[in-house]
Design a protein around this ligand. Structure first.
Ligand SMILES: C[S@@+](CC[C@H](N)C(=O)[O-])C[C@H]1O[C@@H](n2cnc3c(N)ncnc32)[C@H](O)[C@@H]1O
Length: 280
């Protein structure tokens, strides 16, 4: 990514390579700085309350608008990609960086027979386990949360061919570019034929914005698309989130496939003058 970027303290970087070199070191330190990057990221979340407001950085009230926008996007993808041949298909999703299981509870568990959750912060995952216990959710009897993996994305490899959808929301900013690419390359094997990734993320207007507090990077649409190329992923569909407060970053959903899609849908995003805020 050639475009310049900034950090949360107002510092400017000529390009992403300069920023990553500074944050992660030159590679000559046996990965010490990279280990620190990840432990700071998880350490930040370890100090956050296990609640909707906590995982949404004090913006718990956007939960409804988030789900309302995600649901039709997911339903359209499922109708186009996952029913067709086999209507009785047993549907399985993975919720990455699941936090307390907010996305699973409000969305995924209603559409998938099984949902696995992956989250490196143990008190979030325990809260998810409790709130998704069969007696605490209202999804159908044959829909359940199955596996709870307490592991970060950069260390996870899914079981081969298990998932119809791998949902990644508001957590990929914690991954350095090389781990972003290797995660998606590894995770492709976890998709069933026709399966897809859904990535829902904050979008920087240009280049990137580094958050020094939680060690995450908000990337631009162009930055994401360059990374998707390097992952060997194809953009099947994208959609802009609507209805969020203006002070937040813009948010986009990307549906990505490892195979070349037959149809590519594009929605043009309207230029909006958001001043960046964060959900964290
Ligand atoms: C803004 S919260 C979003 C939680 C959830 N996806 C949601 O939308 O409600 C960010 C989540 O990313 C998790 N996270 C931080 N570093 C991570 C990593 N390296 N791999 C996976 N998840 C990570 C945090 O622990 C936290 O639960």
């Amino acid at each position: 990514m050639e475009a310049s970027g900034t950090d949360s303290e107002g510092r400017e970087f000529k390009n992403a390579a300069d920023m990553w070199r500074e944050e992660l070191g030159e590679g000559g330190d046996d990965g010490v700085k990279k280990t620190q990057w990840y432990s700071h990221g998880v350490g930040y979340w370890q100090g956050v309350e296990a609640s909707v407001d906590g995982v949404l950085g004090g913006y718990g009230h956007v939960n409804d608008a988030d789900i309302k926008c995600s649901e039709p996007f997911l339903k359209a993808l499922m109708a186009e990609r996952l029913s067709g041949a086999d209507k009785d298909r047993h549907l399985v999703a993975l919720d990455c960086g699941s936090g307390i299981g907010r996305v699973t509870k409000n969305l995924l568990i209603r559409h998938f027979n099984e949902v696995d959750l992956l989250e490196p912060v143990s008190h979030f995952l325990e809260a998810a386990r409790e709130s998704l216990a069969p007696e605490n959710h209202t999804a159908a009897d044959n829909h359940r949360a199955s596996n709870f993996y307490c592991i970060p994305l950069q260390e996870f490899t899914p079981e081969v061919g298990r998932y119809d959808v791998i949902w990644i929301q508001w957590c990929i900013g914690h991954l350095a570019d090389d781990d972003f690419i290797s995660f998606f390359k590894r995770a492709k094997v976890g998709l069933k034929p026709g399966g897809l990734f859904v990535l829902k993320e904050n979008i920087a207007r240009n280049g990137f914005v580094l958050d020094k507090e939680d060690r995450s990077v908000t990337r631009s649409d162009l930055y994401f698309k360059e990374l998707f190329n390097q992952c060997g992923l194809h953009l099947y569909k994208q959609k802009d989130q609507r209805g969020f407060p203006n002070e937040l970053f813009a948010v986009k959903m990307y549906a990505l496939t490892p195979d070349v899609p037959k149809r590519v849908h594009k929605t043009r995003s309207k230029a909006k003058s958001y001043s960046p805020g964060i959900i964290r």
